[in-house]
Design a protein around this ligand. Structure first.
Ligand code: AMP
Length: 290
């Protein structure tokens, strides 16, 4: 451990334009990127730690904060999405980030934009069903960030399992020379996955939200007892979530962790994934069953 080096790191740079991003990318030190929509929490900080570990002290860690309008379907929570700019900035600085890229929507998208990046298979299930256009927005913005900042690697969280799978597919199919670093889900002490959206929950909704995690864990127990039928597992999970009065299930699905296609029974690499509204706030979680 070469202690003391991090304290010598130059002050964090904050930029907001494509021009500045391209200039940063031209520097000859490697960059590891952490794309976010801000409202930073422990999950994001874990991604930043993973990025620093991958970059080393010589490399640069870049964090992008951009609430991407393209990935919010009409009527979703784009306007309500938290934007605590000053706090995010401080958290990045404390975490030893080298560059904070914080573009405006106008900087990222021309009014008459007409080119998009779309993954067409993995995007058809799970969140893709209930959020049409969401992953097209994600792939388009991540492509732009990859072009703008030219990272050697980028960190993504396993909480957004489908997103991670789609980004990996995109990187493979479009030949981005970028390593994708997966980061395990970070949770609050009661098991609820950290999410920027958690702050939109009322006190009562926050109290009920851990049922999302505990219902998935109950499925692990069922499998341990020998249950292999997807439908029975899904029904049990749905029933447990249903006990929470504020919960409204979007989906509970059991899929192959690689193809994300539905499975009738539990097999190796089965992923159980759920999306549930608590009031107006939609939360997701997942776990590998076998
Ligand atoms: P977001 O700001 O929600 O778009 O998330 C930015 C990145 O952080 C994505 O790669 C997410 O998967 C990741 N992320 C969000 N929440 C968590 C969490 N609780 N644990 C680990 N990674 C997370």
């Amino acid at each position: 451990m070469r202690s003391g080096l991090s304290s010598k790191r130059p002050e964090m740079q904050i930029i907001s334009t494509a021009r500045e991003a391209h200039a940063f990318a031209k520097g000859n030190r490697e960059t590891v990127l952490v794309p976010t929509m801000g409202g930073l929490h422990q999950g994001h900080l874990e991604l930043i730690r993973a990025a620093r570990a991958a970059a080393g002290n010589e490399g640069r860690v870049a964090v992008s904060v951009f609430v991407n309008p393209l990935q919010f379907e009409p009527g979703a929570d784009y306007e309500r999405y938290p934007r605590p700019e000053r706090i995010d900035e401080d958290l990045c600085r404390q975490a030893g980030v080298d560059l904070l890229f914080r573009p405006s929507a106008a900087e990222m998208y021309a009014a008459d934009r007409s080119v998009f990046v779309e993954e067409q298979t993995l995007s058809q299930t799970l969140c893709g069903n209930s959020r049409p256009g969401h992953f097209r927005g994600v792939c388009t913005v991540v492509t732009k960030l990859f072009h703008l900042l030219a990272p050697r690697a980028a960190a993504f969280g396993e909480k957004d399992f489908q997103q991670l799978a789609i980004i990996r597919r995109m990187v493979r199919d479009l030949d981005f020379p970028i390593e994708i670093i997966p980061v395990p889900t970070v949770r609050e002490s009661d098991g609820l996955a950290c999410s920027s959206r958690n702050q939109n929950l009322s006190e009562e909704e926050r109290r009920q939200a851990p049922v999302l995690r505990s219902s998935l864990l109950q499925a692990v127990e069922l499998v341990r007892q020998g249950e292999i039928s997807s439908i029975r597992i899904i029904n049990q999970v749905r029933a447990q979530i249903g006990i929470a009065p504020s919960a409204r299930i979007d989906y509970v699905d059991l899929v192959d962790a690689e193809t994300l296609q539905a499975r009738e029974r539990v097999e190796p690499k089965s992923l159980l994934a759920a999306a549930v509204f608590f009031g107006r706030t939609r939360l997701i979680d997942n776990l590998l069953l076998a």
